[in-house]
Ligand binder design. Structure first.
Ligand code: PEP
Ligand code: MN
Length: 261
């Protein structure tokens, strides 16, 4: 039996999953890791295998990205989470990071979900399971059972915005998903505020709303030089912007009796 992993979520805390959209280089990723460590946070995110809408967009550094992530996370005493997009690399990613992410485009990729269930059967490594952008909450809560069917209980659901007729934002953040998931599921819920926002100006309001609604975790994209980011440039906060926002979010968290870790 392997040791249990530190779970994503402890009562009374909000787990911050911040980091760049994509892992681009050692320098870029280390700069973010140093910032997060300095803020007393415990996790870093970043994409190594990117599920891009266009095949001509940056696809991620793959295994090299995972190596960069592991090195920086260890150097800065952080745990790390990255997305898996293909059954072929689930084992490699599992063996090198602390939690696996399944993105919106793969919520209904049931073969991938079964593979993640198999690979985490013994380790019980945490899995962040994003809602499909066109999935109902019932479909999402049904799909998560593919991940738990081999016995891994360490799931966190993640609302990241859904497609609606509204196009003022990149996706419509379904804030109702937070209380509905709490009503219908035992799993904690993360709110990814970056992907629905699509622009930095909306991030503070959405993050505060998520905390007020009862989110157990937040995901926010942060980059040392967003203008030159290889993916999602418009929505990533600079490190100073993130530091300032963290101060505001800690105050909001305090009013609901939680601390951000
Ligand atoms: C991400 O978090 O890196 C990502 C690609 O998000 P989503 O699957 O929500 O689009
Ligand atoms: Mn992104």
């Amino acid at each position: 039996m392997s040791e249990p992993y530190v779970p994503y979520h402890k009562p009374g805390t909000i787990t911050m999953l911040a980091g760049p959209c994509s892992i681009e280089s050692e320098e870029q990723f280390d700069a973010v890791a140093a910032c997060l460590e300095g803020l007393g946070l415990s996790w870093i995110r970043g994409g190594a295998f990117k599920p891009r809408t266009s095949p001509y967009s940056f696809q991620g550094l793959g295994e090299e990205g995972v190596r960069i992530m592991r090195t920086a996370a260890d150097a800065h005493h952080l745990q790390c989470i990255t997305e898996v997009v293909d059954t072929a690399h689930v084992q490699y990613v599992h063996d090198n990071v602390d939690a696996l992410q399944i993105g919106t485009r793969n919520m209904a990729n049931f073969e991938l979900l079964k593979k993640v269930a198999d690979v985490t059967e013994e380790s019980h490594k945490p899995v962040l399971f994003k809602r499909g952008m066109a999935a109902t909450i019932d479909e999402w809560l049904s799909a998560v059972e593919y991940l738990t069917q081999k016995g891994n209980p360490n799931m966190m659901l993640c609302e990241r915005g859904i497609r609606t007729f509204e196009n003022a934002t990149r996706f419509t953040l379904d804030i109702s998903a937070v209380p509905v998931v709490h009503q219908r599921s035992m799993f904690p819920i993360c709110v990814d505020v970056s992907h629905p926002a699509g622009q930095t100006a909306l991030i503070p309001s959405l993050a505060k709303a998520a905390i007020a609604a009862g989110a157990d975790s937040l995901m926010i994209e942060v980059h040392p030089d967003p203008k030159n980011a290889k993916s999602d440039a418009a929505q990533q906060l600079t490190l100073p912007q993130f530091e300032e926002l963290m101060g505001e979010l800690r105050e909001v968290a305090q009013t609901v009796g939680k601390t951000i870790v």
